[in-house]
Structure formats: structure tokens, C-alpha cells
Design a protein around this ligand. Structure first.
Ligand code: GLY
Length: 389
């Protein structure tokens, strides 16, 4: 039998990754008694992610609606990290370094031209450069780099530090942490009423937020058709170290498609160089494979030959929670009292500030802010229909 907790929070957030923690922190700031359930809060995809804030350089055809939310979140980043660092007493390694997307062969160049044209149509700041101009900015680039697009507004943050800062800010704001996963949702009448955790405790809450990343598509006890349609997409990532004698190795994020495969290198102030990422539809598999590591190093070396000299510090794999339209799923579900903050796909780190603001608004007023309406769970008709059938 589950053991009920005596003092019920107003809000129970299931999942202590970036989306769950920022939701909890913002909710607590608005005076809601808030709890988070996660066996390892501050973990999740943030342990693996590179932390590019790449609204412009990661723009894809057909994702113009998502672009508006990405840009809104990018604009909030400087104030967000300043407030979070003050509230938590921790640094996030936010770096306003800009980014450079480059091309190798004629096909890559043609692809980059298309992306640049799309960026311009969307009114974004992105400057076309020759190969020589790219190497003047980043002398470690290979001589074979033919062209590039310079985007000074795409920055980066260290997701591990960001998660640690959010966790500290949550604790300081009075958020209660339960170090256990959700085993099943509690439903009372026609409302979500909290959850039973894997340690047997039952946490009752007025509102429950499902923010368990790739696992948000499955939770026992939820009526059919309510859960968001997210799936895991695996990403393998490497962490190299730039010895002080080699610095500055790269001064900004460098990315490319190398013979059709995307790769990026994200240089941190502290000498870490993140190389990512594969994109693999392999379900829940998080194995680091020889093939994945080989491809990342092969393409990183083609881009910046000097990477082969750097110590390899770490390899890892994580799961991006991806929705059918690659955009996040935010706000109230068809089950009263149950909200979701998931489906952030490639943009979880970038979307952290706006996710916190949107979810706090939903939890305090019951309404989705205007700019978040396109990301409501009911945009997936099959989800809604199944529930109301
Ligand atoms: N945004 C980078 C990635 O998902 O790999």
C-alpha cells in the first residue's frame, strides 16, 4: 500500500532534468508549494548535451513556428542566467561566443546556401563567409573548408552547471526533492492528484507536471490518449580537453555537415571541447558504440584536424525527447490537473528559460501564454481523440 505524505504540495513535478527543475523553481518563486520527484535530480539529458543555444544555426525547414519560441528563449538567456546565478550562488558557464557553420564539398556548400537563404528569409542575422574568411576567424579549421555562415547571436551554456544551478536554486526556493521516480499517476475522480513513487510513497498534489523527458510518453495510471507522443532519439557525444598550451583552440562553436553528416564542436572557457552528436532512432539504447565514436572523430577531424592531438576525456550517450513535429509539448493535458513539459528534442537547453516561464504561468493562472499556444498538447489530434472516445 502506498504511504500518503501528510503535507501535500500545490505542484508535483515528475522529472528533475532541466525542464522539470526550471518549472519547479519558477513555480516556487510564484508562491506555489512545489515538490520534484526524480531518482537523480539534475541528471537526464543535461549530463550529455553540448549546450548550444543555436536558434539560428539549428534552423530547419518547416520549423519556423518553433523558431519563434527558440528566439524568445535565446533572448531571455542573459537575464535568466544572471538571475539563476544570483539565486543559486553557482555559475552556469554561459558564453556569448557566437557560432560558425561551415561547408566542405560542393554538396555541403549548396546545403549551407539553402540554410543561409532560409535564415535571411526569416530575418535572422547570419553572414556568408568565404573559406579564407572562416579560417581568419578560426585558424584551426581545415584548409578544405570552402565557405561558412557566421552567426554572432548563437551562444552556449554548460548544461551540467545549468542543472546544478537550477537544483541549488530550487532548494533555496523551498522546493522539496523526492529522490525516487514516479511509479504511477494518482487519479481521483476525473483529475490527476499526484503520484505514487517507486519507493512506495504517495505524493498528493493539486497539479502534477510530467517532465520526464523521453519517458514522458509512458506512465502507469494515466488514461489512454493523454500522454504526449514523444520518442527517444539517441545522441552520442565526446568530451575532449584543450591543454592550456593549445588555447585558444576554437573561440566559438563550429558546426558543419561533413559529406552529409552533421557535427559540431563546442569550446568551453574551462578547456572542455564537446564534440557531438549522433542522431539515432534506436529506442532506449544508450550504448556508446565504436561506430558512433569513429564517425564523430572522423568528421571533427575533417573539420579541425588538430582535434586528434587532444586528450579524450569522456564519451556518453543520451536520449532526446522528440515529438512528431520536433517542437516541445507544453501545458495542460486532456486530464485536468495534469500538465506536460517535454518533447524539447534538439532544443532542451535553449528552451529552458521559456519553458520555466510558460509552465509557471500555466500553473498559476491555468492559461497558456500566447506565444506557447502552438505547443499545446492538444495539437496532436490522435492524443485528444483517443482520450475523449
Ligand atoms: N542540439 C544539439 C543536439 O541535439 O545534438
Amino acid at each position: 500500500m502506498p504511504t500518503p505524505e501528510t503535507s501535500a504540495p500545490d505542484v508535483l513535478v515528475l522529472g528533475g532534468g532541466l525542464s522539470g527543475l526550471v518549472t519547479a523553481w519558477r513555480a516556487a518563486q510564484r508562491g506555489l508549494r512545489t515538490a520534484v520527484a526524480d531518482p537523480a535530480p539534475g541528471g537526464g539529458a543535461a549530463r550529455v548535451a553540448a549546450g548550444m543555444l543555436a536558434a539560428v544555426t539549428e534552423l530547419h525547414y518547416g520549423e519556423e513556428t518553433l523558431l519563434a519560441l527558440n528566439l524568445a528563449s535565446a533572448r531571455r538567456y542573459p537575464d535568466f542566467v544572471a538571475e539563476l546565478e544570483e539565486a543559486s550562488g553557482r555559475l552556469t558557464a554561459h558564453r556569448a561566443c557566437g557560432a560558425l557553420a561551415v561547408a566542405f564539398d560542393a554538396d555541403d556548400r549548396a546545403r549551407l546556401r539553402d540554410v543561409h537563404a532560409l535564415q535571411q528569409r526569416c530575418g535572422l542575422e547570419a553572414e556568408w563567409l568565404t573559406g579564407r574568411e572562416c579560417r581568419r576567424l578560426e585558424p584551426m579549421l581545415a584548409p578544405s573548408v570552402r565557405a561558412g555562415v557566421r552567426v554572432d547571436g548563437d551562444h552556449q551554456v554548460d548544461p551540467r552547471r545549468l542543472a546544478a544551478a537550477l537544483l541549488a536554486a530550487c532548494t533555496r526556493a523551498g522546493v522539496v526533492l523526492h529522490e525516487a521516480a514516479a511509479a504511477r499517476l494518482t487519479v481521483a475522480g476525473d483529475r490527476a492528484a499526484g503520484a505514487v513513487l517507486t519507493d512506495g510513497r504517495e505524493i498528493r498534489a493539486g497539479q502534477t507536471v510530467l517532465a520526464t523527458g523521453s519517458w514522458s510518453g509512458e506512465l502507469d495510471g494515466v488514461p489512454p490518449g493523454v500522454l504526449p507522443p514523444v520518442r527517444p532519439v539517441k545522441g552520442q557525444v565526446l568530451r575532449l580537453r584543450v591543454p592550456p598550451a593549445y588555447a585558444p583552440f576554437l573561440s566559438r562553436t563550429v558546426r558543419a555537415t561533413v559529406r552529409g553528416t552533421p557535427v559540431y564542436l563546442v569550446p568551453r572557457e574551462d578547456g572542455e571541447l564537446v564534440v557531438g552528436a549522433t542522431s539515432e532512432e534506436l529506442g532506449w539504447d544508450t550504448t556508446v558504440t565504436a561506430g558512433g565514436v569513429y564517425e564523430l572523430l572522423r568528421d571533427a577531424r575533417a573539420l579541425v584536424p588538430g582535434v586528434t592531438e587532444l586528450p579524450l576525456a569522456e564519451s556518453g550517450a543520451g536520449l532526446r525527447p522528440v515529438s512528431p513535429d520536433n517542437a516541445p509539448v507544453l501545458g495542460p493535458t486532456a486530464l485536468p490537473g495534469l500538465h506536460v513539459a517535454t518533447g524539447h528534442g534538439r532544443n532542451g537547453v535553449l528552451l529552458t528559460p521559456v519553458t520555466g516561464d510558460v509552465m509557471a504561468e500555466v500553473l498559476t493562472t491555468g492559461r497558456l501564454p500566447e506565444d506557447a499556444r502552438p505547443f499545446a498538447p492538444d495539437r496532436f489530434p490522435s492524443t485528444l481523440q483517443e482520450h475523449t472516445r
